[in-house]
Design a protein around this ligand. Sequence first.
Ligand code: CTP
Length: 399
Amino acid sequence: MPRVVLGVCGGIAAYKSAELLRLLKESGHSVTVIPTENALRFVGAATFEALSGEPVSSSVWDGVDSVQHIHIGANADIVVIAPATADFIARASHGIASDLLTNTLLSTKAAVVLAPAMHSQMWEHPATQHNVALLRERGYLVLNPDEGRLTGEDSGIGRLPSPQSILDFVENVLIGTTHSLQGRHIVITAGGTRENWDPVRFLGNRSSGTQGIALARTALAQGATVTLISGAVDVELPSGVTLVRAESAESMLQAVRLAMKEGPDALIMAAAVADFRPVAPLEAKIKKGAGIPSIELALNEDILATATRENPDTVIFGFAAETADSQEQLIAMGREKLAAKGCTALVLNNVHGGGIFGSKDTEIYIIDRLGGQASFTGSKNFAAHAVLAHLSHLLPPLQ
Ligand code: CTP
């Protein structure tokens, strides 16, 4: 069972750390919470103790006999600080050991993830930016805060990333970075496209974007630079990616072409691109009284096939959702599609029964044009690891 140390600093977002703690525990981690003294002004120790099942302390003067200030950090598999305040970031960047949490930071060899939260002006202040840069240089994984409503009336950058997205990031780090994507640029498409019919209607599909977004998060956690081209998605978008919105198949094609001009190491087409679009979207809304309308459809360009043709030397992964009766039939259909699309590899899903859409779990088969094959069942997060591990074996060595 991975041992997580959850450091909580004294900011208003401290209340969200209780939710993060709950999610960590539900995912099977053992969690030791170290709140700073100021964090306890926002959330009581009882909350952390009840949710973690362990006593909490802030001071190096508690549990002196067990040498807590060294022991906790030395036994951690990961240290997560959420929220990390400007004051904490400043102390951490200068190696100040003024309380149990900063002592723990100095005594751990585990991965350290910081999720900062503060007012935009504090985040953007050169002192904070300099401290964050220093910590990143030292290998700390400092998330970017989210944008949105701040504590008061105003909005801007500085919100704590959601507990779910911090959990996803932490799990990705814990799973390990044996197939590190440091120095790689990966373009990932996610979600479903929407093809306009009239000003209020479109043709869409059931894709939730979960798998594509999990791929983007995992690639980020493995050190890659990620361009995420997102159609319609039901899940939260990760911070830290270059985000391009592409509503229709046509705009996704343009976005992919533009991204490919930058010479990325790989493209993963996880988006569910509509095969057809209404020939001519209507300017005026179709009225019910005007009888049952019919739609004339045109075939959309195949983005995956086009990208493969235009970038023959780039590693390009496609996804294929098939309704097959057996694993053998699924693989056979996949091999045929792989040959037709010409891409490097295909990730196959059997959608018999429609089960995978929007669900957290999936069953995938990866087939590549070198004859390689792998299969995987589990959460879409773990599937993302399997796909990226397979992909990293097919990448040419870094220059
Ligand atoms: N795809 C694409 N552009 C399209 C349609 C699909 O790039 N216009 C990509 C998807 O992102 C996915 C892969 O192609 O990576 C497979 O899509 P799929 O719909 O299974 O393939 P099709 O060629 O449309 O075959 P089918 O007739 O089985 O629908």
